[in-house]
Write a protein of this length. Structure first.
Length: 255
């Protein structure tokens, strides 16, 4: 790990050092306060998600393609076809902001918490000069049109992700547009055989937020939450909490 981009294992109320908190930790707090406390205060981490290596490879190829257009200060073919008047944004810190274990970082001095997020790309609106956070997603759905409506309940995490990134970058001085973009590529369901290739369809889905100022308020809330010495009760909507509850019930029966 790069010593210039440190990470915190857990929150120490007695430490003067900034607590480094990723975007995903904010999301964890909003999903389950018990899991968030175990993770950030006690250093007890939940299971790591399975690595999406194929998705990561697609992300890399899309980033490379956008970098080619960025160097020429032109639209990608996707932006042209989607009729979006924007080009990939150029910034000397962009490579750092995109790096998973580095990321864009903002020190929230009121709480002494550093918020970190790694963006996929940024697009500059040629009319307004505002910057839009852009996230690359790859998936497989038999109903891509339904996905493009972008109203499924599970997508709330993606929307919060865009808002947190927008908040961080606005604090770093960028003029951020309230509209973010999700660039989705979907494996075509009509493809019948592999034949050493995988065919995709794509769509650029805009998401406009009324405000991302909730992020700052939530950071203050998390700070106060981590200062307490009480583990929250289990969350009935949390899969990990439900699993652990059933596990301990089983252990009690066996002892």
């Amino acid at each position: 790990m790069d010593k210039n981009f440190p990470w915190s294992i857990k929150y120490d109320p007695n430490s003067d050092k900034p607590f480094i908190m990723s975007r995903s930790k904010i999301d964890l707090y909003l999903k389950c306060k018990r899991c968030a406390y175990l993770d950030m205060r006690l250093g007890i981490k939940g299971p790591k998600p399975f690595p999406y290596n194929l998705n990561s490879r697609i992300d890399t190829l899309l980033k490379n393609e956008h970098d080619l257009a960025r160097a020429k200060k032109i639209k990608t073919k996707y932006l042209e076809e989607a009729n979006i008047n924007a080009i990939p944004f150029s910034h000397p810190e962009l490579d750092v902001w995109r790096e998973p274990f580095k990321g864009a970082r903002y020190h929230h001095k009121e709480t002494n918490i550093v918020i970190v997020g790694s963006v996929d790309d940024l697009w500059e609106n040629l009319d307004t000069k505002k910057i839009s956070v852009t996230d690359f997603k790859s998936t497989f759905s038999n109903n891509f049109d339904k996905l493009k409506s972008f109203d499924a309940p599970y997508l709330i995490g993606y929307k919060r992700q865009a808002e947190i990134y927008s908040w961080i970058l606005s604090k770093l001085g960028l003029d951020i547009d309230n509209t973010s973009y999700f660039f989705y590529v979907n494996a075509k369901p009509e493809q019948k055989i592999f034949n050493n290739s995988l065919e995709f369809e794509w769509a650029i889905i805009p998401y406009t937020t009324k405000s991302y100022n909730w992020v700052g308020d939530t950071i203050v809330e998390i700070k106060n939450f981590l200062e307490t010495n009480r583990i929250p009760s289990s969350n009935q909507d949390c899969d990990l909490c439900k699993y652990m509850h059933k596990f301990f019930e089983f252990v009690k029966k066996k002892t």
